[in-house]
Design a protein around this ligand. Structure first.
Ligand code: UDP
Ligand code: MG
Length: 344
């Protein structure tokens, strides 16, 4: 422990940039990747570390990474015990990173390490997050590029954050932007949406994209479906996380109102039009809408309870403070009105 503290302190001081790279079965890419990264990063002034996360590879990736780490102390390697997916690997790297700026990237050299500096320069123009845009994407058009284009249009529309390429791993984040995020599923691509909702300034920059030289892509068409499902979760969480009853309640009230109107109409038909209840589908509509409406309300209440448990058990807050001016001095209770009234 005694040794740990000074080491961490010096590491924190020197490192401004952490590059985080998940790798799964990328044995032939490790060497050229590390060479290209070191060439690009030593040519710029910021202190950096390269965090390579081996996501339980079954090939020789682990050995190659070991060699790379032995060759340069700025290369750190995290080995997973089993394959947990790109997002989990990225999260592990982000958790381990100490840089003020964090740049995730793919480990297959489809992203170009030389673009990192361009992203950082853009960040310095006053942004909190700069998202790479593979404008000239070098992947199979029908099963990768086209579905991704459609997904990006949908995501931009639904989220209100217009980006061309959510799926591009190469992005630059200020550390504050990532604080408090946990990533699940395919969600690393949605960080700009969360960040935007928290008030971060988001920019986009076209970056190079190369065809894969070694190894294979780990994904196919079914990822687009996963991404769209994740979008649903993200939309729900950014908009209704603290008040789920507003969403479920609106649906519930709407359905109950529909049931009520259908009931009125059925009564009208019976008494003024001599049409018996069973001659129309209205009674069915009344019962279905009533049941569905009540279910929605109950589900909303349940979601509220879950949210309360989440926030209150972990003392989490819904707001994020950017800064406080003239904060109270510790140990000077006379200046603190809250302290005075507590004595009453
Ligand atoms: N990757 C990973 N775990 C996985 C799948 C992929 O760490 O389960 C890594 C992979 O090694 C690569 C990055 O995630 O560095 C992007 O994967 P890939 O190149 O297959 O995706 P694509 O570029 O085809 O979208
Ligand atoms: Mg790739």
């Amino acid at each position: 422990m005694l040794q740990e503290t000074p080491m961490r302190a010096s590491r924190n001081d020197a490192i401004e940039l952490s590059v985080v790279i998940p790798l799964y079965n990328e044995e032939d890419n490790v060497e050229p990747l590390c060479a290209a990264l070191l060439a690009a990063l030593t040519a710029q002034p910021r202190g950096f570390e390269i965090i390579l996360v081996n996501d339980g590879s079954a090939d020789r990736t682990e050995q190659k990474l070991q060699q790379a780490a032995a060759g340069d102390a700025r290369i750190r390697v995290i080995n997973f015990r089993s394959n947990k997916g790109q997002t989990a690997a990225m999260m592990a790297g982000i958790d381990y990173a100490v840089g003020a700026v964090i740049v995730p990237m793919d480990g297959d050299l489809q992203n170009d390490p030389r673009d990192i500096v361009r992203l950082l320069d853009k960040l310095d123009e006053g942004y909190d997050l700069v998202s790479g845009w593979r404008r000239d994407r070098q992947d199979n058009f029908m099963i990768r590029t086209l579905p991704s284009k459609i997904a990006n249009l949908v995501i931009s529309r639904v989220s209100g954050v217009p980006l061309h390429d959510y799926g591009c791993s190469l992005k630059a984040y200020r550390r504050e932007v990532l604080q408090g995020f946990r990533l699940y599923g395919e969600m690393h691509r949605f960080i700009p949406i969360y960040a935007h909702a928290q008030g971060a300034r988001v920019a986009e920059l076209p970056v190079a994209h190369h065809p894969r030289k070694f190894g294979q892509s780990k994904y196919g068409l079914n990822r687009t479906i996963k991404v769209l499902l994740d979008l649903l979760v993200v939309k729900f969480l950014t908009k209704y996380r603290t008040k789920p009853i507003y969403l479920f309640g609106q649906a519930g009230v709407g359905l109950l109102a529909l049931a009520f109107l259908a009931g009125l109409w059925a009564l009208y038909l019976k008494f003024f039009d001599n049409t018996s209840f069973i001659e129309t589908p209205l009674p069915l509509l009344v019962s279905l809408c009533t049941i569905a409406g009540l279910m929605c309300l109950l589900m909303g209440l349940l979601a509220e309870v879950i949210m309360r448990v989440y926030y209150e058990s972990q003392s989490k807050t819904d707001y994020r403070v950017k800064s406080v001016l003239n904060p109270r001095q510790e140990g000077n209770p006379g200046e603190n009105p809250g302290e005075e009234s507590r004595g009453d």
